[in-house]
Ligand binder design. Structure first.
Ligand code: HEG
Length: 163
């Protein structure tokens, strides 16, 4: 059960609202593939990943980074709908919203893509670097704390269909 404070929700929404996906997405996936080269094994269909330079100029890598950010922004939009709900029962059901949102995505990564779930954390770490580089002094410890919580909820939801 995940409870979000109004401040945490505001911090996460603010991070996404200021993020330029077209710029941050490509950098995110270049970092994943260059810093953790074993992740390249899942992208056999992406063509040339033979060097850091090739990765940085590969349009499929750039496009995939943007797709992943849109996936995360879906999680952000489903953090919590409690404000529009009435009654404890509905609120309780909604606590797990990120998990429900990510059921299909978790199944895809587990059954079809067979991505080792340890890699989710590594992608999360790369995204934290991407954010910190852009937000500089605005990436305060309390904003980072909310961000790390959001990432752990997302990663746990993505890992849920693994067995
Ligand atoms: Mg995944 C596809 C999101 C980590 C490998 N990933 C996708 C898609 C989304 C997504 C939204 C498109 C799904 C679709 O087409 O229906 N991925 C996503 C998130 C995270 C993540 C939110 C972590 C936070 N993915 C991840 C990691 C790997 C990976 C760590 C491998 C190291 N994803 C992967 C591959 C595909 C997707 C191989 C298919 C890419 C393609 O063929 O276009």
């Amino acid at each position: 059960m995940v409870v979000w404070t109004d401040q945490e929700r505001a911090f996460i929404q603010d991070i996404f609202s200021k993020l330029n996906y077209e710029d941050a997405g490509p950098e995110l996936y270049c970092r994943v593939l260059i810093v953790y080269p074993w992740t390249q094994r899942y992208f056999g269909g992406f063509g040339n990943l033979y060097s850091a330079e090739a990765i940085k100029s590969n349009p499929m890598v750039a496009a995939h980074g943007i797709v992943v950010l849109h996936g995360l922004d879906k999680a952000m939009k489903n953090m919590d709908d409690i404000t529009v709900l009435k009654g404890l029962e509905k609120a309780l059901k909604n606590m797990d919203n990120i998990k429900n949102t990510f059921t299909a995505l978790s199944e895809l990564h587990s059954e079809k893509l067979q991505v080792d779930p340890g890699n989710f954390q590594l992608l999360g770490d790369c995204l934290t670097v991407v954010l910190a580089r852009r937000m500089t002094t605005d990436f305060t410890p309390d904003i980072q704390a909310a961000w790390q919580k959001f990432l752990s909820v997302v990663i746990s939801a993505l890992t849920r269909q693994y067995y």
